[in-house]
Design a protein around this ligand. Structure first.
Ligand SMILES: Nc1ncnc2c1ncn2[C@@H]1O[C@H](COP(=O)(O)OP(=O)(O)OP(=O)(O)O)[C@@H](O)[C@H]1O
Ligand SMILES: [Mg+2]
Length: 521
């Protein structure tokens, strides 16, 4: 007998509805799955066989053919397991579904449990768009599925529970209204873990960071305007520590951004997700990360770090140690806020509007610029920082050098400003930018928009031109200076960009015209 059920698969960040046709026919026992499935779909045969047997059903000794339609959508992952298992039970007449048409999503274990799968949220959303009214999902993924309005979510922890749900006409207990319980803004997202082995370290507070007045200010300016930031300094000066304070400094995401961040988190397999993700992502991939891990890809078109940092911060610690390929690959997302993943089957484009924050030593030994401590040889430091190529340098608006911190400062009794205080200023400055026409952060404003928001008076324009001439800034360099100055003005609550704001912004320009050796001073 033929059974036809609905399920879904994930293509990058999008859910696609698929039809699972299961034919259980007389003939030599066999189990074939057709319809552009990847290796994990082929392995579904073994999982389903074990699950049926161990849940007390019979794996029929017949010729079983499963067709996943439409044939042109590549199917990946294990989300169709449940539909295949139920299809076999219906096809072999082990039970008859009574309830109206329901879709099924979930991976089955050999023991017959139903396990969560990456991308449940976009998959359920795809079913809702196709007017499916009822979906059976893994019990652990129920909260995530309920973020989608307009369809009934039935959680099932085991195959037996899924069968019961299909047998009964009774509607499940009323679902919780969607989107009521939002993640507290303070919930640490310092690298919201994937399938983490160790819990993430809580972000440090700015009150714990001693000295480094310039770097603290540079961080504040960069976060207030969404500007790319590079911190350069010898080891142990607090670069990594400063970057790790970021999650506590950023305001929560807007509703729209929060939904897209939740979809990315879901598709990246960060679940189980219980509420919309409200904290901006902070991703800190290691410098040995592969190209695919950063950009995205692989058989499942899994989103890479640039996409997982969308609407948040991508922190590249030890920037100069990243492979050239990876650094080059950052050009497109930094330019367009999107990243294309090209595969034999075609290209997909994923969002990647992240703010780049990076840190590096000035040279491999870390001590360039500190008198005679550097052991690298004369030309090495220049080459080292030179690995950060032109296009990447152009995208970093705020450059700051950190020097070794003196013990007297380190153990001074006066406590520096806390993350709460600085975070409030950042949020206020961002709110000013978002209230302007277009609502963009200063780092993303185009040339025309920048002219309008800068509100330069003649005296300020003269000063800008002096600064640009002194530094021989290109057109782009001048815009960058003005953009950062606009953020400095926003932090001061000023309506127009004034000379003092320009002068502060000039402190954060890239050191292209200065020798690299001077960087770490
Ligand atoms: N400015 C600072 N204030 C307070 N503690 C600091 C400061 N700088 C460094 N430390 C202490 O030193 C530790 C190491 O600092 P951190 O990892 O931030 O250095 P880094 O600049 O990233 O060095 P590296 O170049 O080796 O990565 C911190 O965890 C902290 O305990
Ligand atoms: Mg470090």
């Amino acid at each position: 007998m033929l059974a036809t059920l609905l399920s879904a698969t994930l293509v990058a960040l999008d859910g696609r509805v698929i039809r699972v046709e299961v034919d259980v026919a007389p003939g030599l026992p066999g189990f074939t799955i057709v319809g552009l499935g990847d290796a994990s779909i082929r392995e579904a045969r073994e999982r389903v066989r074990g699950a049926l047997r161990n849940a007390g059903f019979v794996h029929p000794p017949r010729r079983i053919t499963v067709n996943l339609a439409p044939a042109d959508v590549p199917k990946t992952g294990s989300a169709a397991d449940l539909a295949i298992a139920i299809g076999i039970l219906i096809g072999s007449e082990q039970f008859t579904p009574r309830a109206g048409r329901a879709a099924l999503i979930g991976e089955v274990s050999l023991g017959g449990e139903i396990r969560p799968v990456p991308g449940l949220l976009p998959m359920v959303a795809a079913l809702a768009r196709r007017s499916v009214r009822r979906v059976i999902v893994p019990a652990d993924g129920a909260d995530e599925a309920r973020l989608v309005d307009g369809l009934e979510v039935v959680p099932a922890a085991t195959l037996v529970e899924a069968v019961d749900a299909l047998r009964s006409r009774r509607r499940a207990a009323p679902t919780r209204p969607a989107r009521v319980e939002l993640a507290p803004a303070a919930a640490a997202s310092a690298g919201r873990p994937g399938p983490a082995l160790a819990p993430p370290l809580p972000p440090p507070d700015l009150a714990d960071v001693r000295g480094q007045v310039e770097a603290r200010r540079a961080l504040e300016v960069a976060l207030a305007g969404g500007h790319g930031l590079l911190m350069i300094g010898p080891p142990g000066t607090g670069k990594t520590m400063l970057a790790r304070t970021i999650p506590k400094l950023l305001p929560p995401l807007s509703d729209a951004d929060s939904l897209s961040a939740t979809i990315v988190a879901s598709a990246s397999g960060e679940g189980p997700i219980h509420a919309l993700v409200r904290t901006p992502p902070f991703r800190a991939p290691h410098h040995t990360s592969s190209y695919a891990a950063i950009v995205g890809g692989g058989p499942r078109l899994a989103p890479g770090e640039v996409t997982r940092a969308d609407n948040g911060v991508l922190f590249l610690d030890e920037l100069a140690e990243f492979s050239r390929d990876v650094l080059e690959a950052l050009r497109q997302p930094l330019e367009d806020g999107r990243v294309s993943i090209v595969r034999a089957a075609g290209a997909v484009t994923l969002p990647a509007r992240f703010q780049l924050v990076a840190a590096t030593n000035p040279c491999p030994c870390g001590h360039a610029g500190e008198d005679d401590r550097c052991i690298c040889g004369e030309s090495v430091p220049a080459r080292y920082v030179g690995r950060i190529s032109g296009p990447l340098r152009d995208r970093i608006d705020v450059w700051v050098t950190l020097a070794r911190i003196r013990a007297a400062v380190m153990f001074d009794d006066a406590e520096p400003e806390s993350s709460d205080v600085v975070g409030a200023r950042i949020a206020a400055a961002r709110a000013l930018q978002q209230a302007r026409p277009g609502g963009k952060l200063n780092s993303r404003i185009g040339s025309r928009g920048l002219r309008a928001v800068a509100r330069l008076r003649p005296v300020t324009r003269d000063r800008l031109s002096e600064l640009a001439d002194a530094e021989r800034l290109s057109g782009r360099g001048t815009e960058r200076l003005l953009r950062v100055a606009r953020t400095v003005a926003d932090l001061a609550g000023a309506d127009a960009v004034e000379v003092e704001h320009l002068e502060e912004a000039a402190r954060w320009r890239p050191p292209s015209s200065r020798p690299v050796m001077a960087l770490a001073v």
